[in-house]
Design a protein. Structure first.
Lengths: 137, 137, 137, 137
């Protein structure tokens, strides 16, 4: 039975724009922190990963905006891994507000890269293994 | 013959992250300024549009990252409108660096909203007309 | 005996720059959330304040950077109010890392403004009263 | 006769907040680009400087906000160097809107740092020489 990582974040004033909602680009920061927490929950951290010479640049993003988030909202984010983990890994997140309304669906695909050689690599087996609980076919 | 709007932007230090590239979420700012310039070139401005009671919240974003942008790069952005303009409008942009390498393909879909009633409306005909030169079927 | 408000925040990847530290402008977001929490701890919220027609634009900022914050650091922020609360209010914060090293000292002065008339006002007495516990002469 | 560096920047939607003004922390980005242009006008670039192993972390910021900048404003920034250039350098900027109203006065002090040794150094003489035209006692 696969798991979903959960985290929450409060909207900052500086993340809103003059429309009174969170600026569309700032959801990228929320998705980043959600996948960082998933990674931490799978027993290593993204910070360690970089320390060991692996970077994860983003290669594809899709965000669907259903309802706006507003200032001071506590957002609840549910994140899982979809598809295979090889050279790429794909995180899927849903962001909800306190009223449990779905605000955003986001998919972020990243590629495993050797930090020093700047070339794409396969995800090391040990990392694959640790992420498996969060993986949904 | 349809037109493409062109604009350029220089990468700021604060837009990079510790990977040494532009942070993936910050491209949203570049796409915003590119569509703002397209709108300006079609004879009105987004600012005026809001003054007249119309807002354009984003409902869908897709960004494909091909190569990273780095600090102080002058990026060149080519933007056009794809598909019909009705309740929604979709901008398609390509971002190039000074070596004319394609860095990013981005699609941003926005919805016309009455600012005061907060409900979706059709794009006014006069605006449709002015945008037509940039529209690609 | 005056009180100090305490809060913490984890550094996001998107808040770093290519120097590998938090970008100097992003500390403004940390100071914002620290004073928001102080206000919340004094029994009302900044969000409510805006709902009641009062805004607090910033008029003066001073930040002294002692040591850099890095990605994934959990920062600890201690905030208090210094000086009188009248037309202006001044928040003083210190930011520490997990090793309890002082990273930044920040002073942010804001002015009470009537949201609709856009003119400066005195801080309402009820708000002054609630903030008093956090006030240091 | 000392010189002043001039540059301009258009306010992006994502730089505003729900107050309808530019978020107070985002002026740091404008001051960054203003000093970057001053440095470029003095015949080398900040990018080159980093390539040669010198970094300039910020150690002190003071910003006084006089009037708000709003979306789509073209801001005009005038920047000069104040005081001696040794281990530190201090940039002073004034930001004006299109009506020539003064919006912000900002002082940013940076320290010369050896990028590899991470220790403070003196500004190399050749750089001091090139910056001199912008220096005001």
């Amino acid at each position: 039975m696969s798991k979903v990582s959960e985290t929450s974040v409060r909207v900052r004033y500086g993340e809103t724009d003059q429309m009174g909602f969170v600026y569309y680009g700032n959801y990228a920061l929320y998705l980043e922190l959600a996948r960082t927490e998933l990674i931490r929950q799978s027993a290593w951290s993204y910070k360690q990963l970089e320390a060991e010479g692996i970077q994860l640049p983003v290669v594809n993003v899709n965000m669907k905006y259903k309802k706006p988030a507003v200032y001071d909202d506590v957002l609840h984010i549910r994140t899982k891994i979809i598809g295979e983990i090889n050279r790429k890994i794909c995180f899927y997140s849903e962001i909800f507000n306190a009223q449990n309304e779905l605000l955003l669906k986001g998919e972020v695909e990243l590629v495993f890269m050797d930090k020093h050689l700047k070339k794409v690599i396969n995800c090391p087996d040990i990392i694959k293994e640790k992420m498996k609980p969060f993986q949904w076919s």
